[in-house]
Ligand binder design. Sequence first.
Ligand SMILES: [Zn+2]
Ligand SMILES: [Zn+2]
Length: 193
Amino acid sequence: MMNAEEQIATRPRSYESSRCQFCDDPIDADSGPFCETCDENHEWCTICNDYVHSDEPCRHIYYDDCGAWLGSGSYDPKAAEHDVKLLCQLIGREAVGHLRAGLDSGDYKACYVYGSILAHHGIVAEFNGIDIGPTLTAVAHLYKSATGNTLVGSGWLLSLEPGKTRTADLLSVKWIDEWLAVQKRDRKGAANG
Ligand SMILES: [Zn+2]
Ligand SMILES: [Zn+2]
């Protein structure tokens, strides 16, 4: 049986066509599915199980500052691990508890909301029936340095889709449990020292 990371990182099937799937230019059949130009503009999402245009990616993948693709549908979901754990550190144990319960049971709503010019853009982040959106927003700009990036952590959470990203939900639970275990060990260490 494949582990969580391997399941997410399933590679795309190979295409056999002599035309670019996007612009219809002739291409080498085995270099497909896109011509060189269109290839640069498309990313594979392992959740949609399809290519998405990088100008309008699906909710499962997103671009970080360095131009890497991250998110539950990216090839390397583990790339977000450090930043999700950093986010746990910043939002505090109570919010982490709701986050964990929501992800474990699949009871959550997470997405970006794009408002009109007058209305605010924002995020919906309801885990276990509790709205942790304001907490995520409050810590969003705290760390953006060599220590980690909170936007990557919340970006990861918002790339999850109830019922569709079960493997990534549970991968997040695993990271949270690892973070909790470290906290517990540190508290014990502090109590004994
Ligand atoms: Zn093309
Ligand atoms: Zn997708």
